[in-house]
Design a protein around this ligand. Structure first.
Ligand code: ADP
Ligand code: ADP
Ligand code: ZN
Length: 219
């Protein structure tokens, strides 16, 4: 693929399917999947100083402050494995984060190629999140109804135990949805103005959503 432009941002509500699709994109096009949520969860698990700083915000369903996330991503996309592109999942989530990324890319004569908005109505989100199960071993995600593991309660890839994330409990999901509307949705307009926005219907089956995304990326 080489020349194909593949600097991709995933937009969408919590539970819209950003992570699910980002993993498939990363696999198909051999580019890194960079999930800020996964990075933070790994830091919490390993008891790092960054983990200690972000845990309280995550448990409350609030966004981590911009200064704890922007530099981290800007440094990450500078790594060698990002030369052919990357898919950012869960970043940016605020206008200042988008600007920090855009400035850092500008300085290298680069820019984002696509911001893909996975659209799912709020009414579907609670069901998506309450059924989500994450592997404590490798972070793979499943859904009790829509994407069940082969063996109940265990990861297909590593046999790890599947758990409900603390922040996927109904009360926290409602909080995260309101945070999404207030702080993250303005990015849709931001990327629309920049001519980067592409919208896919996230209520379709996982494979149908992916086909729509692949069509956009290969157009
Ligand atoms: P989801 O998969 O449901 O969209 P994530 O795993 O992306 O959730 O994020 C989980 C939590 O991590 C968020 O609720 C927030 O507290 C924190 N977080 C992740 N990415 C960011 C970011 N770019 N800016 C601020 N907080 C973030
Ligand atoms: P996000 O990263 O946007 O928070 P996830 O990719 O983790 O969302 O998906 C949230 C939950 O919904 C997971 O349990 C996942 O298996 C499930 N899911 C993802 N995409 C779909 C889809 N198109 N239809 C039904 N369930 C889905
Ligand atoms: Zn696993």
């Amino acid at each position: 693929m080489g020349e194909r432009a593949m600097k991709i941002i995933m937009l969408g509500a919590p539970g819209a399917g950003k992570g699910t699709q980002a993993k498939k994109i990363a696999e198909k096009y051999s580019i890194p999947h960079i999930s800020t949520g996964d990075i933070f969860r790994a830091n919490i698990k390993e008891n790092t100083p960054l983990g200690a700083k972000v845990k309280g915000y995550m448990d409350e369903g609030l966004l981590v402050p911009d200064e704890l996330v922007a530099d981290l991503v800007v440094d990450r996309v500078d790594k060698d494995d990002c030369v052919n592109g990357y898919v950012l999942d869960g970043f940016p989530r605020t206008i200042p984060q988008a600007e920090a990324l855009s400035n850092a890319l500008d300085n290298k004569g680069q820019s984002i190629d696509f911001a893909i908005d996975v659209e799912v109505p709020d009414g579907n989100i609670v069901k998506r999140m309450s059924g989500r199960r994450a592997c404590i071993g490798c972070g793979a995600t499943y859904h009790l109804e829509f994407a069940p593991p082969i063996k109940e309660g265990h990861c297909d890839k590593c046999e790890g135990e599947l758990i409900l994330r603390d922040d996927d409990k109904a009360e926290t999901v409602m909080k995260r949805l309101s945070v999404y509307h207030e702080q993250t949705m303005p990015l849709i307009e931001y990327y629309k103005k920049a001519g980067k926005l592409r919208i896919v219907d996230g209520t379709l089956d996982i494979d149908e959503v992916f086909n729509a995304i692949a069509e956009i990326l290969e157009a």
